[in-house]
Write a protein that binds this ligand. Structure first.
Ligand code: NAP
Length: 310
């Protein structure tokens, strides 16, 4: 029997996804029709991105799962009409993109690259940077993305700490959790990377009090979500020198409004939510695999726990 997949992620996205998704479904041996419009009662799976106008999931009574094209699901997880299982995107290419973004910006700070790139001609200050083994990098969030970044930073030789909700044991990484763990990680971290999901519990996790725990002059890289940071507290910490520099990829309002002080701050680098994109070819394979699993009676991969919000 042919499956009906509702592609609710915007027409532009379908142009990009139609061919790789068709191939990936065929490779899994699935007979499926990809539609942008279908009677709700006929839809087996919904492929979803927040750009979609679809907000009422109640009529989709036959739908076995909603498959998000985004890793962050904060814009759908709280939808009260969503009773179907929800999977977030865990895509090897997206993960690789995040690893490259995080390692690149960590190395920029670690090596003090800006000093040389921006130095006037004739500047000759032969201050060699420390080795990675002398530098502590901390990650808030040790999920699919945080863990991959942590492992890559370990491979580069950094002292890597990571913080998660539940206790973890990961080779080469000092893992901490809970309120005490948060204090411990912040107190020793010179370069902090935030890869937490947006939930009520992570909102403003980098507030004035927690920013004050960092060593003076610490650097922050936030490719997680804008709500993790109290913007005013960060601006104050940048002014006082408590935070030496911040690289921010995600914001409370996107695109970041033209008048926002982050745009003009000399110690802030703004990147326009490009840390890690979902790539159609690999994401299509992830979606097709997940559909094949459900059709075979196996549990959905990357299922979102509604009560946790991620
Ligand atoms: P994930 O696998 O769900 O991992 C989330 C991590 O955060 C887990 O380690 C989790 O702890 C931890 N966590 C959640 N709530 C916590 C809390 N209250 N206290 C302590 N730790 C907490 O997510 P992911 O795939 O790594 O993605 C992380 C985030 O990156 C996404 O939610 C999204 O916002 C962002 N993202 C950004 C981009 C971009 O381009 N900028 C692209 C993709 C994703 P446990 O391990 O104990 O559950």
């Amino acid at each position: 029997m042919s499956l009906t997949l509702l592609f609710a992620a915007g027409q532009g996205a379908l142009d990009e996804y139609r061919a790789p998704l068709t191939d990936a479904l065929a490779a899994e041996g699935l007979d499926a029709t990809i539609a942008t419009d279908a009677p709700p009662g006929s839809v087996d799976y919904i492929i979803y991105a927040p750009a979609s106008p679809l907000q009422d999931f109640a009529p989709y009574t036959r739908t076995k799962a909603v498959l998000s094209l985004w890793a962050g699901v904060e814009r759908i997880v709280s939808n009260p009409t969503l009773t179907q299982p929800l999977a977030r995107m865990v895509d090897p290419s997206l993960t690789q993109g995040m690893v490259e973004y995080v390692c690149g910006h960590v190395l920029r700070y670690h090596l003090g690259m800006d000093a040389h790139i921006g130095a006037p001609p004739g500047t000759w200050v032969a201050d060699a940077p420390p080795l990675a083994s002398e530098r502590r990098v901390g990650l808030l969030g040790l999920g699919a993305l945080g863990q991959a970044c942590a492992e890559a930073l370990v491979a580069l030789g950094f002292q890597v700490w990571g913080w998660s909700r539940r206790p973890k044991t990961l080779a080469g990484i000092t893992c901490v959790h809970g309120d005490e763990g948060l204090k411990d990680i912040l107190q020793g971290t010179e370069i902090l990377v935030t890869l937490l999901p947006q939930t009520p519990r992570t909102e403003n996790i980098l507030d004035q009090g927690n920013l004050a725990l960092l060593p003076h002059g610490a650097r922050i890289i936030n490719p997680g979500r804008g709500t993790l940071i109290d913007d005013d507290a960060l601006l104050a910490a940048l002014e006082s020198g408590q935070v030496g520099h911040a690289t921010l990829d995600v914001f409370r309002t996107e695109p970041l409004p033209a008048a926002h002080p982050f745009w003009h701050h000399p110690r802030v680098t703004v990147t326009p939510h490009i840390a890690a994109a979902t790539r159609a070819a690999s994401a299509s394979r992830v979606i097709a695999r997940n559909i094949a699993r459900v059709e075979a009676g196996q549990p959905l991969l990357h299922a979102v726990a509604r009560d946790r919000g991620y």
